[in-house]
Design a binder for this molecule. Structure first.
Ligand code: TXA
Ligand code: MG
Length: 327
């Protein structure tokens, strides 16, 4: 195994490739992003082609510093400033009214733009060296499992990406929380790495979620999916029974759970044994990829409780399950 070390020269090269309209994959604290110059429509169109993403899906603009916010957004409400002050640099995306000049390719033609200031030192180094906004969706093909290592990116995107900056495994492992502050009261559009309780603490009360106000672009019901079918259950006893039933049908079964039970059908494959929900989140996407690599037909997952990163893990498992149920 080689140690992941990104030098200043790598960052300068990455910034240069962005300036020339190229695509640079880079680590953030959540997942790897596939970056393009957010002011370059040609580069942005290539980004969408490589991802296989529909052109009306908006992408997040990554900034080196909150001070750059006003170049991208207008009418920034005090609640948005408060969230930015409390959570940046970090895994929070704010949806705000877009400033004039923000390309339609970034916003999917909407009147809003998603922005975030990532915390990962390699992301920050790249943004500093580039000196502008970097549009970056997760560096996977559309609808598939997000990458949390440089190796995942290389395997997914191959030669379609010009540079991959290898910063090792992403610490959180789940995407940023998306909060819409561009349409009045703030609304959580995507649960993610910043727990809802933390946002409530900053704003002095709970936020609405998109379940209450209607769906958001790019948060499709079916998403984040491996090839294996994903079955999610909230109960250990049901999990054990499901594993037994799938095994009896001759299926290759993988099990994903915090502290997985020992009394499982012998042929079931335990996909790691995370000690807590943070470790489950950190390893989730790698484990789903592992299930595919090992030829699992089904992953039976134990849904974590709602607190901390549990809500975001539960959301991704549910979406992974929806996709594989359709396929
Ligand atoms: O953690 C993350 O957010 C990662 C890293 C690379 O930063 N990025 C990521 O990007 O997950 P992506 O493109 O896979 O997901 C972006 C999310 C989508 O749910 C999209 O709908 C939402 O952000 N979003 C971005 N701009 C928006 C806008 N103008 N209005 C509504 N939602 C927006
Ligand atoms: Mg994504």
């Amino acid at each position: 195994m080689t140690l992941a070390v990104v030098t200043d020269a790598d960052l300068a090269h990455g910034a240069d490739v962005l300036r020339r309209g190229g695509l640079v994959a880079f680590p953030t604290e959540t997942v790897y992003g596939l970056g393009a110059d957010a002011t370059n429509p040609v580069a942005l169109r290539r980004l969408f082609t490589v991802k296989g993403r529909p052109p009306d899906h908006p992408v997040i603009v990554h900034l080196a510093d909150a001070a750059e916010l006003d170049a991208w957004a207008i009418d920034v409400a005090p609640v948005a400033r408060a969230l930015a002050a409390a959570c940046w640099p970090g895994p929070l995306t704010l949806v705000l009214r877009r400033a004039p000049g923000v390309p339609d390719e970034v916003t999917g033609g909407r009147d809003t733009v998603g922005v975030r200031v990532p915390a990962h030192p390699v992301a920050r180094g790249l943004l500093d060296a580039f000196g502008g906004g970097v549009a970056a969706p997760s560096a996977n093909r559309f609808g598939r499992v997000s990458p949390t290592t440089a190796d995942h990116v290389r395997r997914d995107l191959g030669d379609d990406v010009d540079v991959v900056l290898d910063g090792g495994a992403c610490e959180v492992g789940i995407e940023s929380t998306v909060v819409d502050c561009g349409h009045g009261e703030p609304v959580i559009r995507r649960v993610g790495a910043v727990p809802a309780a933390r946002l409530a603490e900053v704003l002095g009360g709970p936020l609405a979620t998109s379940d209450e106000v209607g769906g958001a672009p790019g948060t499709l019901e079916a998403h984040y999916a491996p090839r294996a079918r994903v079955v999610v259950t909230p109960d250990v006893t049901v999990l054990v029974d499901q594993v037994a039933a799938e095994t009896a049908r001759g299926r290759r079964v993988g099990v994903l759970a915090v502290d997985p039970p020992s009394r499982l059908a012998p042929s079931a494959v335990v996909l790691g044994a995370p000690a807590d929900v943070d470790e489950l989140a950190h390893t989730l996407y790698a484990r789903l990829r592992e299930a595919d690599a090992r030829g699992m037909d089904v992953v039976v997952a134990l849904c974590p409780p709602d607190d901390g990163l549990g809500a975001a893990v539960a959301d991704r498992l549910r979406r992974a399950g929806n996709r594989s149920a359709d396929a």
